[in-house]
Design a protein around this ligand. Structure first.
Ligand code: HEM
Length: 145
């Protein structure tokens, strides 16, 4: 799938301006809309988590033009998510919360093209993370996870 790199980059540049607010808002939306995922974060330092989530989004947008780099990083992230107890059905919940948060952050700049670009990007991210989540215990050892 050809992602709309230009639109993802320009909209994310705007989102980045309010990164702290955006990540706080994201978890508020996630836990309000999908309270069933909150127990997964029971022992999580949320301040650190917010930063790590945002850094991974920055990394993803910065590497949209480097599919190899992106694929291996996101597969690894997906493998680790299995260890956090994350299941495939949780991915659409995070996706919908993330897009809802971006919509609020961008206001009138959240056009249907921007929405489509992020929907497609999140699908690709999910696909790669789920590929990584399929790793057998042996391959987890081989990749040093
Ligand atoms: C776009 C998809 C996602 C991205 C970019 C993302 C990003 C991250 C990052 C960067 C971390 C820090 C730890 C690490 O690097 O391994 C993390 C941890 C975590 N994520 Fe995600 N994540 C995504 C999807 C999800 C989903 C669908 C869930 C389930 C609701 C989830 C739940 C968690 C949990 C429970 C942790 C561990 C927190 C801890 O250390 O206690 N994530 N995520």
């Amino acid at each position: 799938m050809a992602l709309n790199v230009e639109l993802l980059e320009s909209s994310f540049a705007q989102i980045k301006v309010n990164s702290l607010e955006v990540t706080k808002q994201f978890y508020t939306v996630l836990f309000t809309d999908y309270p069933e995922v909150q127990p997964l974060f029971a022992n999580t330092n949320m301040e650190k988590q917010r930063k790590q989530l945002f850094q991974s989004l920055v990394f993803t947008v910065n590497n949209l033009g480097k599919p190899d780099v992106l694929s291996s990083a996101l597969r690894g992230l997906g493998t680790r998510h299995t260890q956090y107890g994350v299941l495939p059905q949780h991915y659409p919940m995070v996706g919908s919360s993330l897009l809802k948060t971006f919509e609020v952050s961008l206001g009138t700049a959240w056009t249907s093209d921007v929405q489509q670009a992020w929907t497609e990007a999140y699908e690709v991210v999910t696909q790669l993370m789920l590929e990584g989540a399929d790793c057998s215990p042996e391959s987890l050892i081989l990749t040093g996870e």
